[in-house]
Design a binder for this molecule. Structure first.
Ligand code: C2O
Ligand code: CU
Ligand code: CU
Length: 464
């Protein structure tokens, strides 16, 4: 339930000053927000980074005393943050310690097909895969996750997901919060169906096949209802909707306003003031929330449609002043007159029949051929048929970042006017987006509701 700021007596100033009394008063399953570790760069050479990832089976207690089987990268659930710079040469050694196949796709990364980690880049049980690539895109919050044919939903659900940060000179030069884990904190939001024994089984019923697998319990960085102590000042939160199917509407208690500064593929050209942020599966947003007007011990909650996801507890401590710059990045607009082709993608069907353009995924069929370095407009539509109210589908394509031209004929909302790799297309809508395809190879486009992707709402495009 929502606790308006300053009203909850458990958190009032007097009690806090006597120590950490408020903590004892919180219910027993209140845990501090886990902060994923930054993955160590094993390279000794400048401008070259080497990372080691172990994909492993593990166990975790989402509920105290109740253990469930999980999957993780280098740990029991989720993975470390891989942090690189634009221009850097990166090598990742991925060891698959599962007893099944996996892949590691870096979602949002502009990269060639062989290194993309899609369903063709299978890592067999016991094997190691070593993609090497050079970062050539602006600072952004990307992520990595498996992409196995028909098995992505379960592997992600069990815990395989992590963040992939890119830094560059533009973010270096801005006076925005950037101390990792202190005032620049990732929030991976997911939902789980946790049974009475604490297990998170992935058993799809017909309803899940239709609507996607949704949970009854929300997690932030793998914890249920965690809290984070924040300095009195500006906080940068990097949100990833890492759920299989749920669309979140993020609102702070007391309708606290905040500023979105980045979308999927990097900084916006200017901050967008808002009180509500919608993210569909796989979308990311960086936001800045200002806690400087609060008093020590005040609590602000992050909620989704009235349900609390986590708490921010304000600390006395002031932090280095940062600001919310008027201008962020210079985004060069892709000129629509440069487009050589408009390609149409139509979401169709329901449940096991979900498809794009009437076709379900076939690894041996290439659906679209794109010329290397060509600029194209992709028109994605989601016609609602007949009496059935359609579903919203998040469209995603690999290896490229788009600029939205219009959403249902209207200019893109300000927070979607930057770089996007995942675009929510609501029932009845048509979205046009433009991109230049600078990387060759075989790539996927698909709905990012993972049960739809696994059922075949995916296709392949080849850039050459
Ligand atoms: Cu987030 Cu095809 O992937
Ligand atoms: Cu992707
Ligand atoms: Cu879908």
């Amino acid at each position: 339930s929502m606790v308006p700021i300053g009203v909850n007596q458990f958190f009032n100033q007097d009690r806090v000053e006597t120590g950490n009394a408020w903590k004892d008063l919180m219910n027993s399953n209140q845990t501090p927000l886990p902060i994923p570790p930054l993955l160590e760069n094993k390279s000794l050479m400048p401008n070259v980074a080497e990372f080691h990832l172990n994909v492993q089976m593990s166990k975790k207690e989402f509920i105290k005393g109740k253990e469930t089987n999980t999957l993780g990268y280098n740990g029991d659930y989720l993975g470390p943050v891989i942090r690189v710079r634009n221009g850097e040469k990166v090598s990742i050694k991925v060891k698959n310690n599962l007893n099944e196949e996996t892949t590691v796709h870096r979602h949002g990364l502009e990269i060639n097909g062989e290194n993309d980690g899609g369903p063709h880049n299978i890592i067999k049980s016991g094997e190691t895969w070593n993609p090497t690539f050079t970062i050539n895109q602006p600072a952004s919050t990307l992520w990595y996750h498996p992409h196995v044919m028909h098995n992505t939903g379960e592997q992600v659900y069990k815990g395989l997901a992590g963040l992939f940060y890119i830094d560059d000179e533009v973010t270096d030069s801005l006076n925005i919060p950037k101390e990792y884990g202190v005032n620049d904190v990732p929030l991976v939001i997911q939902d789980k169906r946790i049974d009475s024994s604490g297990k998170i089984e992935y058993n799809l019923g017909m309803h899940d096949v239709m609507m996607g697998f949704k949970g009854d319990t929300n997690l932030v960085n793998g914890a249920i209802n965690p809290y984070l102590e924040v300095p009195r000042g500006k906080m940068r939160l990097r949100l990833l909707n890492g759920s299989n199917a749920r669309i979140y509407e993020f609102v702070f208690s007391n309708n606290q306003k905040f500023y979105q500064i980045a979308s999927d593929g990097g900084l916006l050209d200017k901050p967008v003031e808002m009180t509500k942020l919608v993210l569909s599966p796989a979308e990311r947003a960086e936001i800045i929330v200002d806690f400087s007007e609060y008093k020590k011990g005040n609590v602000v909650e992050l909620t989704n449609q009235g349900t609390e996801l986590m708490k921010f507890v304000v600390k006395e401590e002031k932090q280095k002043a940062s600001n919310i710059p008027d201008r962020l990045a210079q985004i060069e607009r892709i000129d629509p007159s440069k487009s050589v082709k408009t390609r149409k993608f139509v979401f169709q069907g329901m449940g096991p029949m979900v498809n794009i353009n009437g076709k379900q995924m076939d690894m041996n069929r290439i659906d679209e051929e794109v010329n290397l370095n060509a600029t194209e407009i992709w028109e994605i539509s989601n016609p609602s048929m007949g009496m059935m109210r359609g579903m919203a589908h998040p469209f995603h394509a690999h290896g490229v970042q788009f600029q939205m031209l219009d959403r249902d004929g209207n200019p893109p909302p300000a927070n979607e006017a930057g770089w996007k790799d995942t675009i929510l297309v609501n029932p009845g809508e048509k979205v046009r987006a433009i991109a230049t395809f600078n990387h060759s190879g075989l790539f996927m486009y698909h709905c990012h509701i993972l049960e739809h992707e696994d059922a075949g709402m995916m296709g392949q495009f080849k850039v050459k």
